[in-house]
Design a protein around this ligand. Structure first.
Ligand SMILES: [Mg+2]
Length: 221
């Protein structure tokens, strides 16, 4: 897919775009479930609960920590857990999740290509800077020229328009000279376009012609 010109900056989403979140999350939740006495593959149930509470966070209905607490309460079926108890239990999930992060093979070449062409590269991700930065470093994707735009620190998550504006301000580029690339239609395509940016949808499960299925399909201006 041909990228627009003139172009000054590329903003990449992180989870599902550069790093395989689902792979790590599935291993994490199943290891955690075993310690809780839950048998069988719990991934589908967890994924539904994760999406529900992460969307509530994106809509401004709960804080970032709050969505972790609520996910844990609902998954374990103990609504009375205190915040501290829930977050302590959630650490058992995170430990395995963290140790299974892996980059998609097309991620590093794409980041290097963009930087090599003199473009500014930002990572615009709905997460907290500390974990998201560690995710990039541990998977070998962090390059010093990149700019981390974690929305917990930016003050508003995607798809809220303030998130894109804050990231563009951090990069020092105007919306019409920047492209957002990611796997979420709502967060990486529709929200970015509403903010005046170009956008490319990455659908790793296949392509409908309007999306790309690999970052290798990007054609640079
Ligand atoms: Mg994503």
């Amino acid at each position: 897919m041909q990228l627009p010109a003139p172009l000054e900056a590329v903003l990449y989403d992180l989870d599902g775009t550069l790093v395989d979140h689902d792979h790590a999350a599935r291993l994490g939740v199943n290891a955690w479930s075993a310690t809780l006495g839950l048998t069988g593959d719990q991934w589908e149930r967890w994924a539904v609960i994760e999406r529900k509470w992460f969307t509530a966070f994106e809509n401004g209905e709960v804080t970032h920590l709050g969505q972790r607490v609520e996910r844990c309460r609902e998954f374990i079926g103990r609504p009375g857990l205190s915040d501290e108890e829930a977050l302590a239990m959630y650490e058992d999930y995170l430990a395995v999740y963290r140790s299974n992060w892996q980059a998609y093979p097309d991620a590093l070449p794409s980041l290097q290509e963009a930087l090599g062409r003199g473009l500014k590269v930002g990572i615009l991700t709905n997460g907290a800077e500390k974990m998201q930065r560690a995710k990039l470093e541990r998977t070998g994707l962090w390059l010093d020229e990149m700019v981390m735009c974690a929305t917990v620190e930016l003050g508003a998550p995607k798809p809220q328009p303030e998130s894109y504006r804050a990231a563009l301000a951090k990069l020092g580029v105007s919306a019409d000279r920047a492209v957002m690339i990611g796997d979420s239609l709502a967060n990486d395509v529709e929200g970015a376009r509403r903010a005046g940016m170009h956008a490319v949808h990455l659908d790793r499960t296949g392509t409908d012609g309007a999306s790309i299925s690999s970052l290798d399909e990007l054609r640079w201006p």
